[in-house]
Design a binder for this molecule. Structure first.
Ligand code: ATP
Length: 183
């Protein structure tokens, strides 16, 4: 069956700006882990920012839920093989290859003895998958038992946003002249 229809509003999103914002919010809201931000070349995504944020936050929540307090969580945005890639990596309990095939199914939760300490419905990743599909993207998972997990959202790129040296100089000049005007 389908998850309840999701209404979307597509706009141009600055990927690094969005990921940067999520990292800042997470650092403020979640004191149990050490969050690291890794930024590659910037790019644009055509998408629904609220939904993408929801998906990324769900991955971050899982990373924190399935790893020991005070371990590292890496939040990364980069261009890889021509696609935008937003990855969340933890140093937690990991997921077996067998479970990795199923964790995006609705209500699927790995062995209850491992997860009973944490609440959850098993719906989080199914929603993440749905959101990524809406954006014509896919999910990549890389995990090793007792070592950690990396889950990546791979999305088509609108265009790259790397500012050229020329543009940077132009922007500084513009800013200066605007400041002068404001005085
Ligand atoms: P919720 O719906 O509240 O998110 P949940 O965490 O059980 O509950 P999902 O987010 O869909 O549901 O995750 C499904 C299962 O995948 C989890 O129960 C957990 O066993 C496993 N899992 C998800 N993320 C990780 C992770 N980073 N490391 C290890 N296991 C994970």
């Amino acid at each position: 069956g389908e998850i309840t229809k999701i209404n979307t509003k597509f706009i141009d999103i600055d990927a690094n700006e969005m990921v940067h914002q999520i990292h800042s919010d997470t650092v403020v809201s979640t004191k149990t882990h050490s969050f690291h931000l890794e930024m590659g070349e910037n790019y644009k995504i055509k998408g629904d920012e609220t939904l993408l944020q929801q998906a990324i936050r769900a991955l971050i929540e899982n990373a924190a839920k399935y790893s020991e307090p005070h371990t590292n969580i890496y939040i990364k945005s980069a261009i890889k093989d021509g696609f935008g890639q937003i990855s969340i990596r933890d140093e937690g309990i990991g997921i077996s290859d067998e479970d990795a095939k199923r964790i995006f199914d609705r209500f699927y939760r790995v062995d209850l003895s491992r997860t009973k300490a944490t609440g959850g419905t098993g719906l989080g990743l199914a929603i993440v998958k749905r959101i990524v599909e809406i954006h014509n993207g896919r999910i990549k998972i890389n995990s090793k038992m007792d070592k950690g997990t990396e889950i990546s959202i791979v999305l088509p790129i609108g265009e790259t946003l790397e500012k050229t040296e020329e543009e940077n100089i132009k922007n500084v000049k513009k800013e200066k002249s605007e400041r002068r005007k404001a005085v």
